[in-house]
Design a binder for this molecule. Structure first.
Ligand code: ADP
Ligand code: MG
Length: 624
């Protein structure tokens, strides 16, 4: 291909067009950040080059002094941000600047409402990045050449941010990327050296490589460095302002908002490292994606090594962002080696403890803030007890639940709160998992606990079953599902009640047998219940089994679930059960079936034959 004939015109991916449109409108009042985003990318590009150059020094091409240059041209009405980082080739620009190759993009787009304030928030979580250039520019040109590639393989990408862009090869002796913004009419204010310097100092001071601008003034020559240009995490805590921490966070986390909390530590000794860890305010858009890209960044002696969500944090803390900078790890480590490196393991274990400590302090000293954390990341933290055996107790203390005590949907009860309110003689922590808040609150399984004034924790997230399968005790007290196993209230039950119940149950033996026969293989057993006060029936499973609703969810997600037939329990106090015992002859099978199906419905489990259920109910109603 010759240099003259290779101009291609390409369309943006549909999502990019949508995002661009939205961004231009919703970011208008916060336009300064375009510069922060471009500088942040330039800094990432320098990190990547340093890392690649560890293996291949020649990539520096005798130009190892990495920096970012910002300049403007009043006559041409342009601002240029240039770096000598890793650079991009043709395929890179098409991939990085023409598509959003992130899973979850579509789901993200679907959440947009058209309400500017709300969408601006969402865009923030998504990461605005490169496209924010179009908030101030009506044409953006990107000139770039990738490190190690020939000058004639330089590229020029250009777009007005409307439907598409062009790419063509252009001779570029200099490695790196130069982004030229052709300012919109109304963005003239940025053609001002003072203004640009002020924006850089405000938003990008923490960037660890120099950001330079041409020196201004009468007869001035050369360039001056605008930022402090030292790795922020290596500076003393006392020298870093809150704003600086926040801006640094926005850069490492690709976030828009300030973090909720952070922890900055220097560890000395035979294994020295610095960590600066942040907890975001809002969940990133890809929190639930398996292939999320961001996590805690690993540096060795200030050289960027890698960033992924798994190396330095377990899955249940995957929302943590920040940097760990080791003095002692070898620079030439690969991802594979890192994953089995004992030093990394130790740093990781210590970092996990830091994060848990940060959360503990927040929970104690700033409960309202912790409530925000919980609503953003509680579901993720609930994966903790299953994943991190060593820290199970600590994680358990950080969990929050809803409970029957005040019946609020908001989860603000700790296990310790629960234990402190346990009744005299109560040995277990009782909980209920259900399909929804309402289903939990109205579950028949709670009836006997209400009667006895015993608090029950309420849960309705699919992850809760998983959590409770791994969290079997707290503070020496076993956790017991009220919908599993035979109900054993221990000392909460008095002997007289027990005797009475046994007598009553004896009287219902005949009915139990008839029901069992009518329901056949559908149930494991029918028995008289002492859980119920208001409902005629309920279903329970054995202690080690998943609840009926969870079984259904797991099956729907394609898991093989061992067949676990429920047990039907009936309430001898209920008028319906009494009628069934004493009067019903003809339609007994229909009654039995309806009783069982209603119990399944209350659990939130779908019926195998809903139409059959409706037919039966209507037939019985018709006979009234
Ligand atoms: P993010 O920084 O979150 O990845 P951006 O929209 O800011 O998203 O940038 C998109 C991608 O474009 C980057 O991930 C990077 O691959 C590429 N890119 C942007 N600017 C540069 C640059 N100056 N040098 C090299 N690559 C860049
Ligand atoms: Mg970026």
């Amino acid at each position: 291909m010759t240099v003259e004939t290779n101009k291609e015109t390409l369309q943006f991916q549909a999502e990019v067009q949508q995002l661009l449109h939205l961004m231009i409108h919703s970011l208008y009042s916060n336009r300064d950040i375009f510069l922060r985003e471009l500088i942040s990318n330039a800094s990432d590009a320098a990190d990547k080059l340093r890392f690649e150059a560890l293996k291949d020094e020649s990539l520096y091409e005798n130009d190892g002094e990495l920096k970012i240059r910002v300049s403007y041209d009043k006559d041409a009405r342009t601002i240029t941000v240039a770096d000598n980082g890793i650079g991009m080739n043709r395929d890179d620009v098409v991939e990085n600047l023409g598509t959003i190759a992130r899973s979850g993009t579509r789901a993200f787009m679907e959440k947009l409402t058209g309400d500017q304030a709300k969408d601006a928030q969402l865009i923030g979580q998504f990461g605005v990045g490169f496209y924010s250039a179009f908030v101030v520019a009506d044409r953006v040109s990107v000139h770039s050449r990738k490190a190690g590639e020939k000058p004639e393989l330089g590229v020029c990408w250009s777009s007005d941010g409307q439907g598409g862009y062009t790419v063509e090869y252009e001779e570029r002796p200099r490695r790196g990327t130069e982004i030229v913004l052709h300012l919109r009419e109304d963005a003239e204010e940025y053609l001002d050296g003072y203004r640009l310097r002020q924006i850089i100092r405000t938003y990008s001071d923490h960037i660890s490589l120099p950001i330079v601008m041409p020196t201004e003034g009468e007869g001035a020559e050369g360039e001056e460095t605008i930022n402090s240009a030292s790795a922020l995490w290596r500076r003393a805590k006392s020298e870093i302002s809150e704003e600086e921490y926040h801006e640094f966070y926005k850069h490492v986390a690709h976030d828009w908002e300030a973090p909720l909390a952070y922890s900055h530590n220097r560890v000395e000794g035979d294994q020295a490292y610095t960590s600066l860890l942040f907890i975001p305010k809002n969940p990133p858009f890809d929190l639930w994606e398996r292939d999320a890209r961001h996590g805690v960044k690993l540096y060795v002696k200030r050289v960027f090594i890698m960033e992924d969500p798994d190396t330095l944090m377990p899955r249940y803390l995957r929302f943590v962002r920040g940097v760990v900078d080791s003095d002692d790890l070898p620079l030439n480590v690969s991802r594979e080696i890192l994953q089995h490196n004992r030093q990394v393991d130790r740093i990781r274990a210590a970092s996990v403890k830091r994060v848990l400590g940060l959360l503990e302090t927040m929970a104690e000293e700033e409960p309202e803030k912790y409530a925000d954390f919980w609503s953003a990341f509680g579901r993720v933290l609930k994966e903790g007890p299953a994943e991190d055996f060593a820290n199970r107790e600590r994680i358990a203390k950080l969990l929050r639940f809803s409970s029957t005590k005040d019946g609020k949907e908001e989860a603000d009860v700790t296990l310790a709160d629960y234990v402190s309110r346990m009744r005299e003689g109560q040995e277990k922590i009782y909980y209920l998992t259900a399909e929804s808040y309402k289903a939990a609150l109205n579950s028949p399984h709670l009836e006997v606990f209400r009667k006895k004034g015993v608090e029950v924790l309420l849960m309705w997230d699919p992850v809760d079953e998983w959590l409770m399968a791994h969290l079997t005790e707290f503070d020496g007290k076993p956790l017991q599902s009220v919908a599993k196993g035979s109900l054993d209230l221990g000392e909460l039950e008095d002997e007289k009640d027990k005797k009475e119940f046994e007598q009553v149950a004896e009287g219902y033996k005949g009915l139990v047998e008839r029901l069992q026969k009518a329901l056949g293989e559908q149930v494991r057993e029918v028995r008289v219940s002492h859980r119920l006060t208001d409902s005629p029936s309920c279903v329970v499973v054995e202690s080690h089994e998943f609840g009926v609703n969870m079984q259904h969810l797991l099956k729907a997600a394609g898991h093989a679930v061992p067949e676990a037939k429920p047990i039907l329990e009936i309430n001898p106090e209920h008028a319906l059960i009494q009628r069934l015992k004493n009067e019903v002859e003809d339609d007994f099978d229909d009654w039995a079936q309806v009783l069982y199906e209603q119990a399944l419905l209350t659990e939130g489990a779908p019926l195998e034959d809903p139409a059959g259920y409706v037919r039966r109910v209507n037939r019985l109603l018709g006979k009234l």
